[in-house]
Design a protein around this ligand. Structure first.
Ligand code: F6P
Length: 381
């Protein structure tokens, strides 16, 4: 019998966090179960900070469906299996503090922990499951790169924001006869760039999965010019890289050990400059950044997040733990967290977005790739 459950929102925020929280809390309340929210991701589990969540009148989980961000915060630097600690001598050490979290869970009486997050969050969830904690994951990220699911919540909103940006770049680009480059997020997966390029009618989409040849892109633009089209729209994924070249890195993050601390960004500017030189047309870059993560979720994300939240709580009621809610062949489903981490099996050492991470990149035979090619979107190859 479940009495108390707790929800953790972890990793970079997305639109839809609150919709998932609401779905879980409402379903829990319908079964007489108390719901709690852990504050600021896995950090809150370590510090034992949490709040009671309620959708009763004036409750804190009421009216949150359209709200961006997360009402219980989130954290991008909380790998509690390899946690950054500054000792008394001021030296930095990395320690496994997961047992403190487990003790807190037991003492607080939480019968199940829901982990809303991307591949790093789900890796930690799986590690907690291995240590006997009852967890259920819900796949979040604008990057859409969590393994075993066709879609993560937050992705559709990011694509919609990018599409709107492309629409706006179209009118200014056409007016001034410019090449308009849009750099979008997505880390090592090109989902946002590819899908928004199709949705926005872009001419070029450069994604990490297809190292690009700038001459091929320039040819596409010149070809348009020869047909009287003196403007072009180029969508570039932040993780895109040239053939025989490297990704552009803006700096490093301090998200702890065993996670990817690379801060991507800057490729849009590089591509714009090169295209200007080769084609002789003026080029401008726009980096969309955190606009893709903030704000209200689309209708699609509100529904997907609600479905995921309800499904997650139903799994708990059925006693099915160590699972991730997923979309498979367009249907709501669940898979083992073991499948989600793939070969990244070592407990704690590695969390999110590293070489060992089991992330879902764009496969070359995907419908989006085929569709883009068929309508003449240049993919840089
Ligand atoms: O993973 C989500 C994401 O928004 C990526 O698309 C981006 O590279 C990264 O997070 C930015 O992370 P941070 O919040 O550390 O700047």
């Amino acid at each position: 019998m479940l009495k108390k459950i707790a929800i953790i929102a972890n990793g970079g925020d997305v639109a839809g966090f609150n919709a998932v929280i609401r779905g879980i809390v409402k379903t829990a309340e319908n079964s007489g179960i108390e719901a709690y929210g852990i504050i600021d991701g896995y950090n809150g589990l370590l510090k034992n900070e949490y709040v009671r969540l309620s959708t009763a009148e004036d409750g804190n989980a009421e009216g949150i469906l359209p709200k961006g961000g997360s009402i219980i915060g989130s954290s991008t630097n909380a790998n509690v299996f390899n946690y950054k600690i500054t000792n008394d001598n001021g030296e930095v050490e990395y320690k496994d503090v997961s047992d403190i979290c487990i003790k807190n869970i037991k003492e607080d009486g939480f019968d199940c922990i829901f982990t809303l997050g991307g591949d790093g969050t789900q890796k930690s969830a799986r590690d907690f499951a291995t240590k006997g904690v009852k967890v259920i994951g819900v796949p979040k990220t604008i990057d859409n790169d969590v393994a075993c699911t066709e879609i993560t919540f937050g992705y559709n909103t990011a694509v919609s924001v990018a599409m709107e940006a492309i629409d706006r770049l179209h009118t200014t680009g056409e007016t001034h006869h410019r090449i308009m480059v849009l750099e979008v997020m997505g880390r090592y997966a090109g989902w946002i760039a590819l899908e928004s390029a199709i949705a926005g009618g872009a001419d070029v989409a450069l994604i990490p999965e297809i190292p690009y040849d700038i001459e091929s892109v320039a040819r596409k633009i010149k070809n348009r010019q020869s047909r009287g089209k003196n403007f072009s729209i180029v969508v570039v994924s932040e993780g895109a890289k040239p053939k025989d070249g490297e990704m552009v890195i803006q700096g490093t993050r301090d998200n702890g050990a065993g996670v990817d601390n690379t801060k991507l960004g800057g490729i849009g500017q590089v591509v714009a400059k090169q295209l200007e030189e080769i084609t002789g047309l003026e080029a401008r870059n726009t980096t969309l950044g955190y606009m893709q993560r903030g704000g209200t979720p689309t209708a699609f994300d509100r529904v997907l997040s609600t479905k995921y939240g309800v499904k997650a709580m139903q799994l708990a009621l059925e006693g099915k733990f160590g699972r991730l809610t997923v979309m498979k062949n367009g249907k709501l489903d669940d898979v083992s967290l073991e499948d989600v981490v793939g070969n990244n099996t070592e407990i704690g050492a590695v969390s999110g977005n590293t070489e060992k991470s089991n992330i879902r990149k764009v496969p070359m035979d995907h419908d989006l790739v085929k569709t883009a090619r068929s309508i003449g979107i240049n993919l840089g190859d």
